[in-house]
Design a protein around this ligand. Structure first.
Ligand code: HAM
Length: 420
């Protein structure tokens, strides 16, 4: 084993690419913050039971992909494979739903873990920014969330994503459909694994990528034809609100999500530039989840956007985010006295809110200027013994290359004025 190798299916975020990840998280969070969503943070692990009950015993996530373990104390825990169950658990535990301000609107950002077969865009450790609106049944809330995700992606300059929309019905109409679908599927020529799936999670069979299966699904009953009037009316309102907001979407009646808690509205953001892992984000309504984990009825809706895949989508489109250089001023001291003076100036600049860095390690002028260049700083301040004897430092404009002496006492005001 190479000691310096990150575990399979994981990777490190390092500068400069890591700055893109921060910018993506920020861009997704910004519209949420502006729309009444408060920040929530929950532990990286939960009792395994929460996900088994919440995400669903029949899902790949729970049966195959969960990092579940027993602690030395005998607790059965799992690294979180997703955020929704945790956020709802936290809201219930803190009684946020009893404070008379439903829906409780929360957003989060963090690491999630799934033991998947790694490939491009599919990792065992990945990062999501998500939003949950808990405790209200209102098509405008579903629409709000989709609009905010669309807005976030557009603010990043992403253009080639599509929004797929579906309704999965509710506890009235879905069971009827489920049975009709099961009856249809049981008559097909399918392998044992798929036969098992018919009994546990028949809607997932519609999602089967294999041609031999797809060919047989031609006459399958469609959920659309089984939606009850309430679900139909609800879905129509979501569609109208999105259309009125100018958000383009495609009806996709085959959209079945990989988590069991969904009811009614479900959606996915997909991008063509990612190969087979085309979903950059997804979500939907989960009106029954609270009761599934032992809480009161709390109809809710939310989504999570994958940060890793969003970055890949940006790269696929060739979008370069406008990320300002981290450092504005770079100080290059030549000699001990200059080190003392410039270090003081750098400290003062930082206190004044100017991003400044310093050449450490006693480098010569050439090496230090190379670092100044690499830092992206707009200005360098350079000083040697002769400059200090004259009471000045050299202020160099890194763009024009021009340089002029500035009295030590005036450097701070001068730089602040130059940098606006
Ligand atoms: P999800 O569709 O499982 O939904 O995940 C959302 C996004 O997380 C995906 O679209 C993808 O971008 C990213 N993602 C998932 N698995 C991986 C992976 N192995 N590697 C890289 N990225 C991945 C949920 O997690 C739901 N909790 C969303 C939700 C919130 N529904 C309601 N509220």
């Amino acid at each position: 084993m190479n000691t310096f190798q990150a575990p399979k299916g994981t990777y490190d975020l390092l500068p400069p690419r890591s700055a893109t990840f921060l910018a993506v998280r920020e861009a997704i969070a910004a519209p949420l913050r502006d729309s009444g969503y408060g920040y929530v943070e929950t532990p990286g692990f939960e009792n395994v039971e929460l996900f088994a009950r919440g995400v669903g015993e029949s899902t790949d996530i729970v049966t195959k992909e969960m990092y579940a373990f027993e602690t030395k104390g005998g607790d059965k825990l799992a690294l979180r494979p997703e955020g929704t169950a945790s956020v709802l658990r936290a809201a219930l535990e803190a009684n946020l739903h009893r404070q008379g301000n439903l829906p409780v609107k929360l957003w989060y950002s963090g690491s999630y873990y799934r033991y998947e077969q790694p490939q491009a865009g599919r990792y065992r450790h990945f990062s999501q920014v998500g939003a949950e609106a808990i405790g209200a049944e209102d098509p405008a809330l579903d629409a709000e969330l989709i609009i905010l995700a669309d807005q976030a992606y557009r603010s990043l300059g992403l253009r080639e994503f599509r929004i797929l929309l579906n309704s999965l019905g509710d506890k009235e109409c879905r069971p009827v459909y489920r049975e009709a679908l099961q009856n249809f599927l049981r008559d097909l020529d399918l392998d044992d694994d798929t036969r098992r799936r018919i009994e546990i999670n028949p809607l997932r069979v519609l999602d089967d990528k294999r041609d031999a299966v797809q060919k047989q699904l031609g006459g399958a009953p469609m959920l659309r034809d089984y939606l009850c009037d309430a679900c139909k009316a609800y879905h129509e309102q979501v569609r109208e609100l999105l259309t009125a907001a100018g958000v383009a979407f495609e009806d996709d009646e085959k959209l079945v999500r990989g988590l069991d808690y969904y009811t009614r509205t479900t959606f996915e953001f997909v991008h063509g530039g990612l190969g087979s892992q085309s979903a950059v984000g997804g979500g939907g309504r989960y009106d029954g989840l609270s009761e599934m984990i032992g809480g009161p009825a709390l109809p809710s809706v939310g989504w999570a956007l994958g940060v890793d895949r969003t970055v890949l989508a940006l790269e696929a489109e060739g979008v370069e985010l406008d990320i300002p250089a981290a450092t504005s001023v770079y100080a290059v001291p030549l000699g001990d006295e200059a080190r003392r003076v410039l270090f003081g100036i750098v400290t003062d600049l930082r206190k004044a809110g100017v991003a400044a860095d310093f050449s450490y390690g006693g480098k010569g002028l050439k090496g230090a200027m190379k670092n100044a260049n690499r830092s992206g700083a707009r200005y360098a301040i350079v000083a040697g013994e002769r400059d200090l004897a004259d009471g000045v430092v050299q202020l160099k404009d890194m763009e024009s290359g021009e340089q002029e002496p500035v009295p030590v006492a005036e450097v701070l005001t001068r730089l602040r004025a130059l940098l606006g």
